[in-house]
Write a new protein. Structure first.
Length: 408
């Protein structure tokens, strides 16, 4: 007999409901603070429910709510009072589409969480490994910084289109966010000012900002002026606020870039305590390999590479009904978003340095009907999972596969 406990987690207060195998409430509802004393109260009430009804095991289900869930889940997995009942703790995003006619409140959410555990189709139980927790926190923080950085860059580029639209469409340099281009579009007041500047002055400006890395500053300056002349003209009243916003956004971008570098250093230092065979894969550096190891943890928890792929959400939904078979098979994306991100980023790097993965990527790129690069990267990541799993399982270095020569 199993006791199912669903918990709606909040910043200050949690609410729990206790149900049996039939889905019926078998104990009083419990509202308790989201702190150490509240966790003790939950364990106490759970033990009473277990003893009263003779339950032999207990499973907890709670909605993933940032860090608000983490301390409670950790306490429940280690509570000595619950140990005889083999407690399993599941953290997930409840699928409520089929329950959309139910009222929306915390008690209903707790009931939904309990029934999700009762019906199954669950993620892996919450079972943190302290060896990987510091590394996981750092790699997830890096993921957070990269997401912020991407948003800020897109925000800057949207305002660049307002100020000098042609530069947002095609920058003469590799990136409008590079040191030279960014300085030009933030320090010159308008597109008209760039177009009217003496060519020699503009070329000298670019040379100084690039620390003389631009080999032909006069040609690049002329291209910038042409782009400025071809751009839409921004109304005078908007020029000052647009310049302020772009300068502020650029400062944020530079700060985030600095934070990413510092976090990368911290990750590299933390990885010094781990054996990392993934570093032997051409193109795979310490940071991306650290993100993969931090999320997989002990590879022995996975029976095969399919289990790792499913954990990462690198699986595809079948799109078929009767005689119809859809051309698109969307990615499930229901697994660990951090592991999926690091695997896809790693696959994109590996395919640039490894002929086998480059060939595979090109083949999948050609096969795709749309989103060619994105789809090819995801499929290459799924291929990479097999290699990563085997290397971590056997703790062995990468060896280049031998090519079979077919006699003509």
């Amino acid at each position: 007999m199993m006791l199912y406990v669903g918990i709606d987690v909040g910043l200050k207060e949690n609410k729990a409901r206790f149900i049996d195998d039939s889905g019926n409430d078998c104990w009083n509802r419990l509202a308790f603070p989201n702190d150490a004393d509240g966790a003790v109260a939950l364990v106490r009430e759970t033990c009473r429910a277990l003893a009263r009804h003779g339950f032999q095991a207990v499973a907890f289900g709670m909605e993933a709510t940032s860090f608000y869930t983490w301390h409670l889940a950790l306490y429940l997995t280690g509570a000595a009072e619950l140990a005889p009942f083999g407690p399993q703790v599941y953290i997930f995003n409840p699928k409520k589409k089929s329950l959309k006619n139910l009222p929306k409140n915390d008690w209903i959410d707790a009931w939904v969480a309990a029934n999700r555990v009762r019906f199954g189709q669950l993620p892996k139980p919450f079972a943190p490994d302290e060896r990987y927790l510091p590394l996981q926190r750092l790699t997830r923080h890096r993921y957070h910084l990269v997401q912020q950085l991407t948003r800020e860059k897109n925000y800057f580029l949207s305002y660049l289109f307002l100020k000098c639209s042609r530069l947002a469409q095609a920058c003469p340099l590799s990136s409008p966010l590079g040191a030279s281009a960014a300085a030009l579009v933030t320090e010159y007041y308008s597109a008209e000012e760039i177009a009217a500047a003496p060519l020699e002055e503009l070329a000298q400006f670019l040379a100084e900002k690039s620390k003389n890395k631009i080999t032909t500053p006069e040609i690049v300056a002329a291209e910038f002026q042409k782009a400025a002349r071809d751009s839409y003209k921004l109304p005078d009243k908007l020029k000052d606020p647009v310049n302020r916003i772009m300068a502020s956004t650029l400062q944020t971008i530079r700060h985030l870039q600095k934070q990413v570098k510092e976090t990368d250093k911290a990750i590299t230092q933390e990885m010094a305590g781990f054996n990392n065979p993934l570093l032997t894969i051409p193109g795979l550096g310490p940071v991306l390999s650290a993100g993969i190891i931090a999320e997989i943890g002990n590879v022995k928890n996975f029976p095969d590479d399919d289990a790792v792929a499913q954990f990462a959400g690198l699986t595809w939904k079948e799109n078929q009904s009767a005689g119809f078979v859809g051309e698109d098979t969307p990615l499930t994306k229901s697994g660990n978003a951090y592991l999926r991100y690091y695997l896809i980023e790693a696959a994109n790097c590996v395919r640039m340095h490894n002929a086998e993965y480059q060939e595979y990527y090109q083949r999948k790129y050609a096969e795709a009907k749309k989103h060619h690069h994105k789809r090819a990267c995801v499929l290459t990541a799924r291929k990479l999972v097999r290699l990563v799993y085997a290397m971590l399982r056997d703790n062995r270095a990468y060896t280049k596969p031998e090519r079979t020569v077919v006699n003509q």
